[in-house]
Design a protein around this ligand. Sequence first.
Ligand code: ATP
Ligand code: MG
Length: 465
Amino acid sequence: MRQVHTGIEFPRFGATLQTARRRAGLTQEQLSTASGISVRAIRDLELGRAHRPRRETIRLLADALGLSGSHRVLLESGSGHDAVDSTVRQMYEEQVASPPAATSPLIGRERELDVVAGALLTGQERLLSLVGLPGVGKSRLALAVARRYEAEREARVLWLPVSSSPTGLLPSGPAPEPDRAQALLTAWTLDRLAGRGPLEDLVRLIGGRRTLLVLDGYEDAAVDRDSLLRLLAGCDGLQVLVTARAPLPVLGARAVPLAALPVGGPAGGPDRGGERPAGAAVRLMSSHVRYTRPALRQTAAVTEAIAGLCRQLDGIPLALNTAAGWLPMYAPEQLLAVARDNPLHLVEPVFSGDFFPGESSAGPMGEPDLGMLIRGTVSGLRPGPARLLAVLARRGGACPTDEVLSLVGGSPGDVTRSLRGLLLRGLIREERLPEGGTAVSVLNLVRHVLRPACEPAPLTAVART
Ligand SMILES: Nc1ncnc2c1ncn2[C@@H]1O[C@H](COP(=O)(O)OP(=O)(O)OP(=O)(O)O)[C@@H](O)[C@H]1O
Ligand SMILES: [Mg+2]
């Protein structure tokens, strides 16, 4: 029997069978009547006394349980047969690995969506990467791109959640059955992309068909870049969209840096020329306020506080979503006061399973700790970019781009490369100066991460209104 490296462990057949039977609402006796398999055989299978059911037995049970698609695939793959290759093929044919469903609307990103989806739909690009800070919305945008691709071209989308630490698209905790099917396909594909299995299997699976392969949360170690290029060479209709926190070390991969959501007006700031339409960040935060505090009147002061909060949190969607978890207890003005002191207090998941058993061990709405993720990105920097980031953070405010060189010294080439690396990772942002030219500034959250150890969260000290 050929060894199949799936990299994941599936429950034994018995556990899979029992879950499927209970989901179908059948007793062992009822399943026996429907399938023609004896009650005793079913009981032995569920108890793990019989490990290797015959294929025909599996077929009869799956038919009686009314299983199809991923559920059927999982029953088969849990059977212990070497059926993984064929079940993966079946999953691809049946579009089981389609993108996950988004549970809330995409706010803003119209232009980014048009640019990225357009480049893929016209066939202009075959390998694109969305890069940026953790939580900036790379996966969320990739999801919208994948949906548009799937709808407009009747093409296949293979959505592979590569990262072990996604920020929020997929629920944490034990995966439901369709996610385990996804995990099987992901593991099978990644084995081939990482050189642990024959790449030809994957080339044969996709063939010449129009397919968008989304590697969501690319980590360098997980995918062998030569394999990726060989796969592209072997499959004419294949396009690859990658989401990553750092630029891909793959020759010719075009990087699309994803900036934070704009804050815009009405509190664009006195230096911004007064009223401007509310930006996507403000719209996202306002929607949280509307749902959490329906009775709160959106006065000018409230809108001003929301815009201030968004600015303090740099317009990072994950930061806004996590901070919104505090809204049941604190008004936007109070949260703004906390954020002005230290915005990290609002993005650290203070509520956790420690307080409320059964809740996620991440934030109040399942978010991970953004401060920790940013710390991870900063600590992964090489010495040159790390020094430049520290100097820019100490300087504070926006630094005209042509003054950056004089700040750190070193060769212009090295400083430019460092600057580019920081911009692509989303740790600094670029803005146009009114008098012409550009300036760069360190994100507020990043600046606070670079500060020495911060004090305990002062939220409890804020009086409730
Ligand atoms: N434009 C948007 N509108 C509404 N919600 C958004 C938007 N962008 C991101 N979000 C939400 O913000 C959270 C973080 O986004 P996402 O998971 O896409 O970040 P990411 O950049 O992929 O982070 P990571 O690098 O950790 O994978 C998710 O809950 C996502 O649904
Ligand atoms: Mg992501």
